[in-house]
Design a protein around this ligand. Structure first.
Ligand code: 5GP
Ligand code: ZN
Length: 117
């Protein structure tokens, strides 16, 4: 798999070709605010490397997954989400995945309903 897909919106955000409201960045992971927030805190946490979705993950991705969740824990603390938050990753058309680059939605700042629609 290539590290970057030139047609991918989030690869272009990683490359700063499209601006975003970034809240975290390191050599493997970035996080930025969703352009259409569904909660007071709505962040997208993504690997810099192009991985299409959760279904494409392999055992070789264990370290990046651990890293993504570590970043989310830290961001949840930064955003003051001590009373709870939700992590969502949509996979494929039935789940409404609209950007085919692995991303975790980190949602919080309000009470969440269950189940999601
Ligand atoms: P999905 O529907 O694939 O689970 O999530 C994609 C998310 O990306 C949506 O919540 C959508 O609002 C967000 N999004 C789409 N385009 C942009 C953009 O250009 N910038 C930012 N910050 N978010 C975007
Ligand atoms: Zn991509």
């Amino acid at each position: 798999m290539t590290d970057r897909d030139p047609d991918c919106l989030f690869c272009r955000i990683v490359a700063d070709e499209i601006p975003s409201d970034r809240v975290y960045s390191d050599d493997e992971v970035i996080a930025f605010r969703d352009i259409n927030p569904r909660a007071p805190t709505h962040l997208l946490v993504i690997p810099r490397r192009h991985i299409p979705d959760a279904q494409s993950l392999t055992d070789a991705d264990a370290a990046i997954l651990a890293k993504l969740f570590a970043v989310m824990r830290s961001l949840a603390e930064d955003e003051g989400l001590g009373t709870g938050y939700r992590v969502v990753t949509n996979v494929g058309p039935d789940a409404g995945q609209s950007v085919p680059h692995l991303h975790f939605h980190l949602l919080g700042g309000r009470t969440m309903t269950w189940p999601p629609g």
